[in-house]
Structures are given as structure tokens and as C-alpha cells.
Ligand binder design. Sequence first.
Ligand SMILES: Nc1ncnc2c1ncn2[C@@H]1O[C@H](COP(=O)(O)OP(=O)(O)OP(=O)(O)O)[C@@H](O)[C@H]1O
Ligand SMILES: [Mg+2]
Length: 257
Amino acid sequence: MHITPEVPPDQAPALEVTALSVRYGRAISALADVSLRVDAGEVVTLMGLNGAGKSTIVRAVTGLLPANGGSITAGAITSFGTVLTGRSPRFIVRHGVAQTMEGRRIFAGLTVQQNLDVGGATRRLADVRDRQAEVLELFPRLAERRGQLAGLLSGGEQQMLAFGRALMSSPRLLVLDEPTLGLAPKLVSAIGTAIASIRERGTSVLLIEQNAVMALSVADRGYLIEHGRIFREGSATELREDPELQQRLLGLTEDAA
Ligand SMILES: Nc1ncnc2c1ncn2[C@@H]1O[C@H](COP(=O)(O)OP(=O)(O)OP(=O)(O)O)[C@@H](O)[C@H]1O
Ligand SMILES: [Mg+2]
């Protein structure tokens, strides 16, 4: 029997999180009833203060933490998408979801080139060559430093490497956990430009940020999270122009600065 998908694969959401709850041990409920969506081709930002639950969402989406309830699906092999809940990080990367972790987390003892090779490990060689050319075009500094140990890169360069390494797996969805943390304003805007450019190449982005000004300048839509619950969502324009949120968003930005 042939079943025609109701939604063409390229139009299905890149990520759909429904009623997700996550606990750390018995005592700590880190996420409660979190739902969010990243449509194909969208940049969506998730903003919130320290401890709000942002990285916990990233860990659940990429399979590093089990969900206690709810579901996570990504892309579309069927009209319902591929269920990621309960799958291994390796399965999730193979199904097109890549992430950069908070705090850079590059392999300090490997060279820039070797870090990129690790990022492309799940892909065929021909794909890896094409992807690497794109990454080096996006971040020319990495091309200059290819043979250097990654641990000796500056903070901003390490952030670019983390970003580049994630792109090496040709993700359909890239999850960036605070990519601008600790960066000078010029590098913050370079990261913004890189995000816009990878979206043009067809990758959807979930951008975790405390820098609300940067996040809302590059995102199509945004969610705000507090104490493990989403309390507001809207288009980037709505969120930017909401007088009530302005104070709060500016507060977030100042905290990050
Ligand atoms: N491994 C863990 N064990 C117990 N509690 C944890 C663990 N990791 C995070 N938490 C708690 O879960 C909550 C959410 O943490 P999370 O790291 O998701 O926050 P965040 O929004 O990413 O914050 P930040 O902006 O500081 O990175 C916090 O209260 C934190 O203390
Ligand atoms: Mg975090």
C-alpha cells in the first residue's frame, strides 16, 4: 500500500516539541509542559534568564537527557516526522539535528581541521568536502588556523569552530546554545550574519540566547521561558515592539553584557 504524506517533507516542521517535561532526579522539575516549533527554513529564538531551562531543552532535543513526558519530532520521513524522543544522540545527528553546546566545548587537544573532521564523521566523504568548503567560506579565520590546536584559539574563534563543527554534519536543524556568550560586539554581529547565511542555505535554526537584541534581529519568531515554562511566544517583530517585554528583554540583554 502506498501512503501519500499529508505534508511534503520539506514543509514539515524542522522541530516539534510537544508538552515536554524533564526532571533532574526526583526533586528537580526543570521543564514542565514545554511546547515549541521550528518550521522548515525558520530561525526561532528561545530566550530566558539563567536557570530558566534553555540548555535542558537543548539536551532533551539532542538526546543527552531523557524526557519524562511529551514528545519531540524532527523533519519528516513520514508525514508525522521522525520521533526523536528516547533515541540516542547518534541517531538524532543522523536525522539532521546538530548542536553547539554552551561554553564552546571544542576538542582542545585536536587541531581545527580535526575538530571539523569529527563534526563530519557521520557524512560521506564527498559531502564532507563540500561542507568544509562552505564552513571555511563562512568563517575564513578557521581556514587560516586549520593546523592550530583548537585549545589555543581565542574565545571567539572557538565559538566559530563549535558552530563550524556542528555545520559539518549537514544538519536540517542547528541548535545553538548561547553562541554569543562572552563575545565582543563585532563578533556577536558576525555570528548573527553567519546564522542568516546558513538559513539561506536551507538549515533551520533554534537559537538559545540571552542577548535579546541580537536574537530578535536574526529570528523570525521567539519563545520566552521562565522557571521551565514557556510564558510568551510571538513573531520577532511582536516581541521586539511589545512595551511590557521591552523592559524584560532589555534586562536580559544587560545581564548578558
Ligand atoms: N545536571 C543537573 N542536575 C540537577 N539540576 C540541574 C542540572 N542541570 C541543570 N539543572 C537545573 O535545571 C534548571 C535549568 O537549567 P538549564 O541549564 O537548562 O538553564 P539555562 O536556561 O540553560 O540557564 P543558563 O542561561 O544559565 O545557561 C536550573 O535550575 C538548574 O539548576
Ligand atoms: Mg544554558
